[in-house]
Design a protein around this ligand. Structure first.
Ligand code: AMP
Length: 191
């Protein structure tokens, strides 16, 4: 199986590139942000808890997030070609748990695709997305919190994966299709 983590700051293009990777490689998409937004929309208990963190730009606690991931992995279609993890892991404990969960199923991570985008561009993209889609956490105050949280809690994962030799650095600036070509080349090398 081809198991990829799509890694990067909020606004780095993880969702957009995930769609393209799924189209080309037929992978199953697990976006933890989308799972949470769906729960919020449906007004579930989990949605209410998630909203209290997301609206402030904070991360959902690891134990809750890991339970959600476990559930998502249970829903994996039989004979799946692999998974694209979009927005998970975001902390070192989540990364360690992901490795456990995969190895329990005789699987491992194929690679971690890191989309690297300068901060001003991240802010501009999220403000644009907020204006176009109405996504509630794409407002200036929450964006700045999300970036702070990213630097403090998520960015250390880059070194974690570099040390394991699984980090694939991708320049996330430029045309969507060109970025995707760079990603596809790296994936094809590892298939
Ligand atoms: P995203 O759509 O990936 O940008 O996620 C939106 C928000 O959902 C984040 O700002 C977090 O509040 C929450 N979230 C999504 N994935 C995770 C995760 N793996 N760990 C903790 N919080 C998460």
């Amino acid at each position: 199986m081809l198991n990829l983590v799509l890694f990067g700051a909020p606004g780095s293009g993880k969702g957009t590139q995930s769609e393209k990777i799924i189209d080309k490689y037929g992978l199953h998409h697990i976006s933890t942000g989308e799972v949470l937004r769906k729960q919020i929309k449906e007004g579930t208990e989990l949605g209410k808890i998630a909203d209290s963190y997301i609206s402030k730009g904070h991360l959902i606690p690891d134990d809750l997030m890991i339970d959600i991931l476990r559930q998502e992995l249970k829903g994996l279609p039989k004979g799946s070609k692999g998974v694209i993890f979009d927005g998970f892991p975001r902390t070192i404990p989540q990364a360690i748990e992901l490795e456990h969960l995969l190895s329990e199923n005789g699987e491992s991570l194929t690679g971690v695709v890191g989309l690297e985008v300068p901060e001003e561009e991240l802010v501009a993209r999220m403000l644009k997305r907020g204006a176009e889609t109405g996504r509630a956490d794409d407002n200036m105050e929450t964006i700045l919190n999300r970036l702070k949280v990213y630097h403090n809690q998520t960015e250390p994962l880059k070194e974690h994966y570099q040390n394991k030799g699984s980090y694939i650095q991708i320049d996330g600036l430029g045309h969507v299709d060109n970025i995707f070509s760079s990603i596809a080349k790296e994936i094809d090398d590892r298939k």
